[in-house]
Design a protein around this ligand. Structure first.
Ligand code: AMP
Length: 223
C-alpha cells in the first residue's frame, strides 16, 4: 500500500511514519530527512536546498521529485511505502501519480490545532545520528542531550524557530492544503485527529490503515 501522510508542520508525520514503518513494514520516505541529509553531506543538491530550507520555503519540485523517484525504485518499496512531506503541492501530487503509474494510494491528513503545533515545534529535538524525534514537553533530555536509542547528539532543526515556523505554516496553507481537495476528488482522502499522546494518534492511524488493507485484501501488520 502506498500511503501519503500529510498535515501541517509539527502534526507528527515523522513520528507516526516511523511507527507505521515498524508495525507494517512500509518504509517511511521523508523528503525533509532526505534533503537534510543532502545538506549535511554538502552534495550539489544539498547546497542548492540549504538556504531555501532555512527560510521555510519549498525546494523546487524537480529536485524533490527526483529524490522520491529514485527512492521508490528500491526493492524495499515494492510492497508499498509511506511518504512523509511529499507531495507538498498539486504539481508534486500529479508527478507522484505519474511515477506510480496511476496506482491507488491513500492520503491521510493529520488534523491539529495551531497552538499545539507551535508548542510542539519549538520543543522538538532530533537525533543527528539516527533521526529519532524527541519532544521536550513529554520527554526530558535524559543522557545529557543524547539520543536514548543510539547515544547520538540531539539538535534543534534550524527551521524550528518562531520566524521560520510562521513561514512554513503560510506555505502549508497556500500549497499543501490544496491536496485535500485533490485526494477527496479521488476518494482516497482520510483524516485523523492529531492531538493527544503519540500512541493514541497511532491507534487512530492504524484503524484507518487496517480498514484500507482489509479492503485491499493484503496481509495485516507484519508483527
Ligand atoms: P519537513 O521535514 O517535511 O518539515 O521539511 C523541511 C523542509 O524541507 C521544508 O520546509 C522544505 O524546505 C523542504 N521540503 C521537504 N519536503 C519538500 C517537498 N516535498 N517539496 C519542497 N520542499 C520540501
Amino acid at each position: 500500500m502506498r500511503i501519503i501522510l500529510f498535515g501541517p508542520p509539527g502534526s507528527g508525520k515523522g513520528t507516526q511514519g516511523d511507527l507505521v514503518e515498524k508495525r507494517y513494514g512500509f518504509p517511511k520516505i521523508s523528503t525533509g530527512d532526505l534533503l537534510r541529509q543532502a545538506v549535511q553531506d554538502q552534495t550539489p543538491l544539498g547546497r542548492k536546498a540549504e538556504e531555501i530550507m532555512n527560510q521555510g520555503r519549498l525546494v523546487s519540485d524537480d529536485l524533490v521529485e527526483e529524490l522520491v523517484q529514485e527512492r521508490i525504485k528500491s526493492p524495499d518499496c515494492r510492497r508499498g511505502y509511506l511518504l512523509d512531506g511529499f507531495p507538498r503541492n498539486l504539481a508534486q501530487a500529479q508527478s507522484l501519480e505519474r511515477m506510480n503509474g496511476g496506482r491507488a494510494e491513500i492520503a491521510v491528513e493529520i488534523d491539529i490545532d495551531m497552538t499545539t503545533l507551535v508548542r510542539r515545534l519549538e520543543s522538538r529535538r532530533v537525533c543527528s545520528s539516527c533521526g529519532t524525534i524527541y519532544n521536550l514537553l513529554v520527554q526530558s533530555l535524559g543522557k545529557k542531550g543524547r539520543c536514548d536509542i543510539c547515544g547520538g547528539p540531539l539538535y534543534q532543526r534550524k527551521d524550528d524557530n518562531p520566524e521560520v515556523i510562521k513561514e512554513r505554516f503560510r506555505v502549508y496553507r497556500e500549497q499543501t492544503e490544496k491536496l485535500r481537495g485533490f485526494y477527496k476528488a479521488k476518494d482516497v482522502y482520510r483524516q485523523i485527529e492529531g492531538s493527544g499522546p503519540v500512541e493514541e494518534v497511532f491507534s487512530r492511524l492504524s484503524a484507518v490503515l487496517d480498514a484500507e488493507l482489509a479492503e485491499l485484501g493484503e496481509n495485516k501488520a507484519l508483527g
